[in-house]
Design a protein around this ligand. Structure first.
Ligand code: ZN
Length: 226
């Protein structure tokens, strides 16, 4: 079943569980992720990076992703991850993605809000969800390289302002996680995650699984109930 991210994330938030997002790069990896999700009976987010989408082509990509999602016995969200380009986000919205992440985390908060709202307005009343990001996730994602400094922790007041000024369906606050191949130490700020969750009307998204243990994931998921 082809779904948007809000279709499955709100249930997850209410039910106290998380949904996995996995980067897929072609038909075989997409099929493998969906097969595994069906076996487990859980919804899943098929994550496409901007670089991969550009390599394959938006129409060519969605042409095989959409039927796979439609046929799946579980909810499958087709998500564009870390898109820093408003025009490319619009292109994927038109092509048929069910979820878009607009990543303006490297911009000023005002510019991030402005661009996020432009993408949201473009989505209009289509059933496509929008995710935003505050703070930078260290490591490497496509061509986005972020080094460890203060920027890797979102400020709660920035998240509040962003959430008050945009109508996003999910928020990714940086709490010290890392993307890709990252050799630095991971210092998660659990209190920050809990604080932002308490002020957020929408589900939070955790980016960057590099170096995280199963226990760390479980602890972050359980914070909501604690
Ligand atoms: Zn990410």
């Amino acid at each position: 079943m082809f779904v948007s991210m809000k279709d499955i994330l709100n249930d997850a938030r209410n039910g106290g569980y998380a949904i996995g997002a996995f980067n897929i790069v072609n038909y075989i990896t997409s099929k493998a992720v969906i097969d595994a999700s069906e076996k487990l009976g859980v919804p899943v987010i098929l994550q496409t990076s901007v670089k991969t989408v550009k390599q394959i082509g938006t129409d060519e990509f969605i042409d095989f992703l959409r039927p796979l999602a439609d046929k799946a016995g579980v909810g499958v969200c087709v998500h564009l991850d870390h898109c820093t380009d408003v025009d490319f986000a619009k292109k994927c919205i038109d092509a048929g993605w069910s979820s878009i992440m607009y990543d303006g985390s490297k911009l000023s908060l005002e510019e991030n809000i402005k661009n996020t709202n432009e993408v949201k307005k473009y989505i209009g009343n289509r059933d496509i969800s929008l995710e935003g990001e505050i703070g930078s996730i260290v490591g490497v994602e496509d061509d986005i390289v972020v080094n460890h400094d203060e920027a890797c922790y979102a400020k709660a007041e920035d998240c509040k302002k962003y959430l008050d000024s945009t109508n996003v369906d999910a928020l990714a606050p940086a709490i010290g996680t890392a993307h890709g191949v990252y050799k630095g130490e991971i210092k998660l700020n659990y209190d920050l995650f809990k604080e932002i969750d308490s002020i957020s009307p929408v589900p939070l998204v955790l980016h960057g699984g590099t170096g995280l243990s199963d226990e760390m994931f479980s602890k972050l998921i359980d914070l909501r109930a604690m």
